[in-house]
Design a protein around this ligand. Structure first.
Ligand SMILES: Nc1nc2[nH]c(SCCc3ccc(S(N)(=O)=O)cc3)nc2c(=O)[nH]1
Length: 267
């Protein structure tokens, strides 16, 4: 899943993608590099990010979504928590709702996802991007994330969302400090065990920077690729990344090594 930020303050690419043209060029580049899905977000959800009004989020998102949907033959995920943005995005061809609040942010979000019959990724977070980093103390973060995801899954299934429309995500960097992120990463299998495809977003995040010693987010490529390989090794079906070419190349090699002898076609 290639990241396409259309926010002025996106944490890792300095918001270069604001113009439709620049966003479209980046979308086409990620497609050429082997991305399977594009994730477009118009409201930054990094720690401390300011809220964006519905009007502003639509103003940023829709022109880019329309252009990308017309020019790039990939499914498009939209990173939003607002029901009205989900509906507008769906009408322009979005194929997945990526809601970091797991449909809790907008009271109409759950109903909207049911009505639109659109796949949704349910991610763990406490609080909001504005205040989530004040609340990073857990007795057992793995148990809390698993219980949260189980509860959100039950809520969605009870509302009539078919199982095959759900993805889960432990939410790296959302209301989690370094120790919590590391524990979640070491227990990814526990979440994969819930029986739903798991999406993981580690790319260029602070824990990659802390572990690699690389200050500048856009320079954390090799560390992000290493984390993506670990995540896929431990059950992730989708990795949300900024550096598509490098991650695709690493995964192609990794898959070849991982396949048993019998799976490789005889030369
Ligand atoms: N499903 C899903 N969607 C996502 N959207 C984002 S945006 C990144 C927000 C951010 C930036 C930086 C840090 S930090 N302080 O750890 O470096 C945390 C969160 N991420 C994810 C993710 O993971 N899953």
């Amino acid at each position: 899943m290639g990241v396409l930020n259309v926010t002025p303050d996106s944490f890792s690419d300095g918001g270069r993608c604001l113009s439709v043209d620049a966003a479209l060029k980046r979308a086409q580049k990620m497609w050429a590099e082997g991305a399977a899905i594009l994730d477009i977000g118009a409201e930054s959800t990094r720690p401390g990010a300011p809220e964006v009004t519905l009007k502003e989020e639509l103003r940023r998102l829709l022109p880019v979504l329309e252009a990308v949907a017309a020019e790039v033959p990939l499914p498009i995920s939209v990173d939003t928590s607002k029901a009205a943005v989900m509906r507008a995005a769906w009408s322009l061809g979005a194929g997945l709702m990526n809601d970091v609040t797991a449909l809790r942010g907008d009271p109409l979000a759950l109903r909207t996802v049911v009505d639109l019959d659109i796949p949704v990724c349910l991610m763990h977070m406490r609080g909001t991007p504005r205040n989530m980093q004040r609340d990073t103390a857990y007795t057992d973060v793995v148990a809390e994330v698993r219980d949260f995801l189980s509860e959100r899954i039950a809520c969605c299934l009870a509302a009539g969302i078919p199982r095959q429309r759900l993805l889960i995500d432990p939410g790296f960097g959302f209301a989690k400090n370094l120790a919590a992120n590391r524990r979640v990463l070491r227990h990814l299998d526990a979440f994969a065990g819930l029986g739903f495809p798991m999406l993981v977003g580690l790319s260029r995040k602070r824990m990659i920077g802390e572990w690699s010693g690389v200050e500048e987010a856009s320079a954390r490529v090799a560390g992000s690729v290493a984390a993506a390989l670990w995540a896929v090794e431990h059950g992730a079906s989708v990795v949300r990344v900024h550096d598509v070419a490098e991650t695709v190349q690493a995964l192609r090699v990794w898959h070849r090594m991982r396949q048993g002898e019998e799976e490789i076609h005889p030369d």
